[in-house]
Design a binder for this molecule. Sequence first.
Ligand code: GDP
Length: 367
Amino acid sequence: NEAEFHCDGCGIILQTKNPSQLGYVPVQALEKRDEIYCRRCYRIRHYNEIAPINQDPSVYLQKLDEIANTRSLVVQVVDLFDFSGSWISGIHRHIGKNPLLLLANKIDLFPRSTKWGRLKEWLRKYANELGVKPVDIILCSANKGVHIDTAIAAIEKYREGRDVYIVGTTNAGKSTLINRILKEVAGLDAIITTSPYPGTTLDAIRIPLDDGKAIIDTPGIVRKDRLSEWVCPTDLHVIMPKNTLNPRIYQLKEKQTLFFGGLARMDYLTGGRQSFVCYVSNHLYVHRTKVDSADEFLAKHHGKMLSPPKDPAQLPPWKKHRIALSGKEKQDVVISGLGWIACGKEKGLLDVWAPEGIQVVTRPSII
Ligand code: GDP
């Protein structure tokens, strides 16, 4: 009965009937190997190729609800590069009374001068505002292996002999983190499929622990309000940073515009001369021009000099977000999946343009 077989990469139930459906594996592959991967995972592992998936986020959320009926530790992985975009809204309602440990991943992208204590406090405050009181917050980097020992120790401390559920949105680095933990704990090499493309882990995977309990890797929740979910794989390589961000500082006068490739634009309308620090992938082209000629400039260069996207028609048309800087505290303007612009303490008025449906928000400055 093939329904008993799960893919070793993503956990989905394997099937041999329909190649266009998820979990497909050729019969021969099912018979031969000790480790079995569905075709999708096989392709990711061997060819770095990905078949896009389209799944209903509400199905994932229902799966999360099952956690409320367990006694467990919930480990929520968030992506520091896209904190609000990688947050699972209403997480506390899904997990019941279980404690939550927050693992804030991808610290390797933050400049060395970052004040880590302050960052942690920032996260705590933010989590509290969203209704969550984490038992602890660990800053780590899954793929660079930073503070993984601290994360493991915290998991061991707070699970108190219970199961551990790992939750997060797609692309937060959940699979990388679990692989890293397994490697440190048991010396195992990568067994869960990771990739830079959103939505790699499809069904819950149970990883047994010595005491009869388990680490349960839940499917990543897809959030469509992030640019990282919309661009094609080639463009994703450009916008998703792999190394420490080099902050790019622009002294702007009123009526100046910054283009972020051809994915977003910020018009600085009023507020006098002030500096804006862009935290975006080092490979993303940022272009400064005048507000008055910005439309014309975009029309001429979109998809060419102003890229990614290579093909602007693949993305929704831009929507304008009017933002008033309060003048009370330093604020970041976040364009989900693309990065953020750290603004000064002065008052100011901005128009930020991004494809419709992409989250554009302000927050107290993170760095
Ligand atoms: P999942 O969807 O949450 O399971 O995420 P993955 O583990 O597949 O990781 C998504 C992407 O984030 C991959 O391209 C990883 O290489 C990358 N990634 C994971 N951890 C880190 C990290 O600590 N730092 C950086 N810069 N990238 C990471």
